[in-house]
Design a protein around this ligand. Structure first.
Ligand code: ATP
Ligand code: MG
Length: 752
């Protein structure tokens, strides 16, 4: 007996040592599944069981129990000593909360049974479910009685094992109790033979179960803590500020991603270590001395030499020297935290916002000023003159709203606005002052244009289109496709209606004056003619050469005055719309021939050449007015060619347009380019005409254009200073003679 006892006690010591050993091992295991296996396996090994099952009561992350302790809602966490099929079967099977397991699960007391078979209340004998319920109730009552020390385990009642369960005769089970002594699960052992488990086995299992409970709690806490650490780590690294922790020796202990990126950037920057010192080690050393720094602004440059600004905050990390004593103020410095907040972007955004606000304020002030201006002003950009901004007066001028970004062409088309020259002809697009300024980058001043609105009303304007240097225009305009800046032009329109109105008043006055002059002039002309007649008839009246010249001068001056008054009256009639044409179908060829011949009679210094390709050209015309035009054009050609020379008059039929085309070409002084645009205006004379002392009133061309246009024709010219001028007149034909053969066609007639 003795040696067996000794062996048994040694075994016991060994088992306690093993239990302690396993206790330490359990505490260091953080994987729950492995821990459960280790516990079950240990139970089997130490106690010599054949089977071990580990059931657990579900809990939440905080360790709170989720189901009642009846046991049938516990789950099988681990099982040892069964086949894979049995394991599979048990894991799907609810665990019973009555019979032998009830004291363990419900009341938290261990159960050791020498031979389960003697406790089985055969289910097969239960004939009805009611009877079975009664059996369960009785088993539960005996479990209650056992748990309260009223009966021994020999008096417990077992409901047997489920089908497929390995046969068990020896049974030992112990509860897993948490720190609040609540049942957390059960560790159940079995053996097919009876009497396998002794009291010390029970003590050992209870000990192992309590280790297991602590170890399981540890695992839960460890996992919760691990999850928390990961969360904190993710937060730490996602902070946009750089955060660095240093130890008391100013060595980096931890840094988040941003801090690491910044540190690497600084190391690569031109200032290298010195900038790291300013941004990191300096503030860290101060903090380690207990002198925390708040919001220190540091400026640096990065590797691309761009300015960077950081706000650095450093603080000291203290360690309580007596953690157990909350009243103790003893502490030591255990490190420092340095936070770098990148201000560069914030400042840049602030600056941009400020600049934007300022630009907007300026723009609105500019718009305000522009809107108050009585003159139309607008700014366009790009080859097709897209509107950037315009003022109120521009809207009034166009009689329509030009939307921002819309091209000039589309705006004009959309609103059926046309632009004419002062000579009444449609202004080709490329000659619009605005388009010239953007397309040719040249400034146009005092360009006369006539805006005709969709309702037919006309507005004479003077346009100044100033080409601006796009690079110096502080506007956010889109770049041109070729990468260069778009051309920009500032266009100012001056409405000259008021001036025109003044002109009409002047015309009125001139009309009255001219009318009043006609009677005395007629009398004067009559007396001169009478006097000249008397001189030729009365041979006895002899005038000296000087007297004769004076008389001729008076005659000439009177004729000029008559011409002038006639012209002035025509002007006023035209302005007042009182000029009537007496049109009839007439041959233009014979008219031109007659006028040319008349000039041939009086002209000696110029050679007049008539190139006529048509036998006759029938035009529906007021002969007197067309003759007036011819007279003015030929007299101009003669007048403005003071050095003489050839004057070539050509007449032809343009079959495509069904027009008669007349041209008068001279080799005279020409019209300076700068004055060509205004030459059809009233009283307009070129500087070179006046400089050459050539008389004239500047009415001839004005009247000519009016007369020609009223005939449905057009008049224009080409001129080059000191080389000569060609005037062209086109008149619509009412009949033409393609088939007529004339002897004198294609022949040059030289009349000199
Ligand atoms: P008038 O009213 O007597 O005709 P004018 O000849 O001066 O006077 P316009 O015939 O209207 O007036 O011509 C206007 C101006 O155009 C002229 O003063 C002159 O400067 C210029 N001009 C007209 N024809 C020619 C030409 N053939 N060569 C050069 N300059 C011309
Ligand atoms: Mg003239």
């Amino acid at each position: 007996m003795q040696p067996r006892k000794k062996r048994k006690s040694l075994l016991k010591d060994e088992r306690i040592a093993a239990l302690n050993h396993i206790g330490a091992a359990l505490l260091s295991e953080h994987n729950e599944q492995q821990l459960l296996h280790m516990i079950a396996q240990t139970a089997v090994d130490l106690i010599g069981a054949r089977f071990a099952a580990f059931s657990l009561r579900p809990i939440n992350e905080q360790g709170e129990l989720l189901v009642p302790s009846e046991g049938n809602m516990f789950h099988l966490a681990e099982v040892i000593g069964v086949t894979d099929e049995q394991r599979e079967l048990f894991s799907r099977m609810p665990l019973g909360g009555e019979g032998l397991l009830a004291p363990i699960f419900r009341y938290g007391v261990p159960v050791r049974v020498a031979d389960v078979s003697s406790l089985i209340v055969q289910r097969a004998t239960a004939e009805s479910s009611l009877e079975f319920e009664q059996l369960k109730g009785s088993a539960q009552s005996s479990a209650f009685a056992y748990a309260h020390g009223k009966i021994s385990s020999e008096d417990l009642q077992s409901l047997g094992v489920p089908p497929g369960h390995p046969g068990i005769r020896s049974f030992l089970g112990a509860p897993l109790l948490d720190h609040a002594k609540q049942v957390r699960g059960g560790l159940l052992l079995g053996h097919p033979d009876p009497n396998r488990f002794q009291a010390e086995d029970e003590a050992l299992l209870v000990g192992l179960a309590s280790h297991a409970a602590v170890a399981l709690d540890n695992v839960r806490l460890y996992q919760a803590m691990h999850a928390r650490v990961q969360e904190l780590d993710a937060i730490f690294h996602s902070i946009t500020d750089g955060v660095t922790l240093v130890d008391p020796h100013c060595r980096i202990v931890r840094e988040n991603t941003q801090a690491q990126r910044l540190r690497h950037q600084l190391e690569a920057s031109p200032q290298g270590t010195s900038s790291l010192d300013v941004l990191l080690y300096g503030p860290a050393r101060q903090a380690l001395l207990g002198q925390a720094q708040q919001d220190r602004l540091v400026s640096l440059v990065n590797e691309n030499h761009e300015p960077l600004e950081y706000r650095v905050t450093s603080s000291t990390l203290y360690q309580q020297l007596s953690p157990g004593d909350p009243t103790s103020k003893k502490q030591s410095i255990m490190g420092a935290v340095i936070i770098w907040h990148d201000e560069t972007e914030t400042r840049r955004m602030l600056r941009e916002r400020h600049v934007y606000a300022e630009t907007e304020a300026r723009r609105s002030l500019l718009q305000h000023i522009l809107d108050e201006l009585p003159t139309s002003v607008y700014l366009v950009h790009g080859y097709d003159a897209r509107l950037v901004l315009s003022n109120h007066a521009a809207k009034t001028l166009w009689g329509a709203s030009w939307s921002q970004g819309q091209s000039m062409e589309s705006f004009l088309q959309e609103n059926r606005i046309q632009i004419f020259r002062t000579d009444g002809r449609l202004l080709p697009q490329e000659q619009l002052a605005t388009l010239q300024a953007v397309r040719q980058s040249k400034s146009i001043y005092q360009h006369q244009e006539i805006i005709r609105h969709a309702d037919g009303s006309s507005l004479p304007v003077l346009v100044n289109a100033i080409a601006l240097d796009a690079r110096k225009t502080p506007l956010n305009l889109p770049a041109a496709s070729h990468g260069e800046r778009d051309p920009v032009a500032l266009v100012v329109h001056q409405d000259v209606s008021a001036l025109k109105e003044a002109e009409y008043l002047k015309d009125d006055f001139i009309g009255i004056a001219a009318h009043e002059l006609r009677t005395p002039l007629a009398a004067l002309q009559g007396f001169i003619e009478l006097f000249q007649l008397q001189l030729t008839e009365q041979q006895n009246v002899i005038l000296t050469a000087g007297q004769q010249e004076s008389l001729q001068n008076v005659d000439q001056a009177t004729r000029r005055l008559v011409d002038l008054t006639n012209d002035l009256l025509d002007v006023t009639r035209l302005q007042a719309g009182r000029l009537e044409l007496r049109q009839e179908a007439m041959d233009l060829v014979s008219l031109v021939k007659r006028v040319v011949r008349r000039y041939q009679m009086i002209e000696g210094r110029h050679e007049l050449v008539l190139l006529n390709q048509a036998p006759f050209l029938i035009v529906f015309m007021d002969v007197m007015r067309i003759e007036q035009v011819l007279t003015n054009l030929i007299s101009n050609a003669i007048k403005y060619s003071p050095d003489g020379g050839q004057i070539c008059i050509s007449l032809e039929e343009v079959s495509t347009t069904k027009q008669a085309l007349l041209s008068i070409q001279d080799q005279g002084i020409g019209i300076p380019v700068s004055q060509q645009g205004r030459i059809f205006s009233r009283f307009t004379r070129a500087d070179n005409a006046q400089a050459n002392g050539i008389y004239g009133t500047g009415l001839g061309l004005y009247l000519s254009r009016e007369f020609i246009e009223r005939h449905g024709g057009s008049i224009w010219f080409q001129s080059s200073e000191n080389k000569g001028t060609t005037f062209f007149v086109a008149l619509p034909l009412i009949a033409h003679a393609f088939d007529e053969e004339a002897d004198d066609s294609n022949e040059a007639q030289i009349i000199s």
